[in-house]
Design a binder for this molecule. Sequence first.
Ligand code: GLA
Length: 348
Amino acid sequence: MKSLFGTLADGTEVHSWSLANGGTRMKVLSYGGIVQSLEIPDGLGQLANVSLGFDTIEDYVAKSPYFGALIGRFGNRIGEGRFTLDGEAYDVNSNDAVNSLHGGAKGFDKKVWDIEPFTKGSDVGLYLYCTSADGEMGYPGTLKVKVTYTLTKHGDWRIDYEATTDKTTVVNLTSHVYWNLAGEGSGTIENHELKIAASRYTPVDSGLIPTGEPAPVAGTPFDFRRTKVIGENLREAHQQLLYAKGIDHNWVLDKGISPKPEWIATLKDPSSGRTLRMATTEPGLQFYSGNFLDGTLVGPSGRAYRQGDALCLETQHFPDSPNRPSFPSTVLRPGQTYRSTTIHSFSR
Ligand code: GLA
């Protein structure tokens, strides 16, 4: 169940935890809470690892574009790495030109998490803990984080996030799995079908920061209200697609924030039949079409990853929320508990 995966330059050991339930098998690293491998069956029971990753800790440390990782303190971008909270100005680490991306240069994807396994009824899972010190990457407050990965008897993967702080701060946690339901290393996801329950998205500027209010998806390449093949509109010369080299946008989910996880998206690989259904409590979904994969990274299959060889579906609050009073708030105050849940259900 637990084995040594590798050792960091400072001597810290990184472990790999194996879980299996209901036909799904997954390997999780203590480094970044990374889902290193996630195997699900097709209709014939054939397992494939449907998430991009690496075989060695050295590759994760040196060059991972967040493969399978937990993202914090703040998923996606904060414009110019700046915001004001209760009248106080904060300058957080900028690691994406002038903007801050995924919590800054040393985000939660690069932390070593404490992991504890559990079994609860027919569920198995892992508790992942980390503490982010007051001021880390520029964020106020000591943030204590607990993430629960559960594999249910149906083979569903559920993520529950919890966090508390001792000073008012902002939080936006997510998971950065790169999906390819035909199997990592098997080529493009442009033939995957996707449906997203969102009538609006947040258009961005050339730095991928939202420009203002959400816009309707109707009549744009961003309309996934009906099941659509991902490649269908990907090469349209639409300014938003040109800025992002494809899709790298936040969908404003029609259901909004919900107390219980509600269905928001379905992804299907027609060749294998493998299907992922996602439900979340979050109000937003970042759909990223693997635009920065450029053929220089090689996965466990021994095959290189090229542009569009995977996609990410990151449930979250909207990018740059700390600077957008009209977006759902990402503020967390002492005494409150941040909670977020996302469920991935697999079928064939
Ligand atoms: C998110 C961002 C993208 C990119 C990927 C990882 O989806 O929005 O711009 O950073 O993560 O490369």
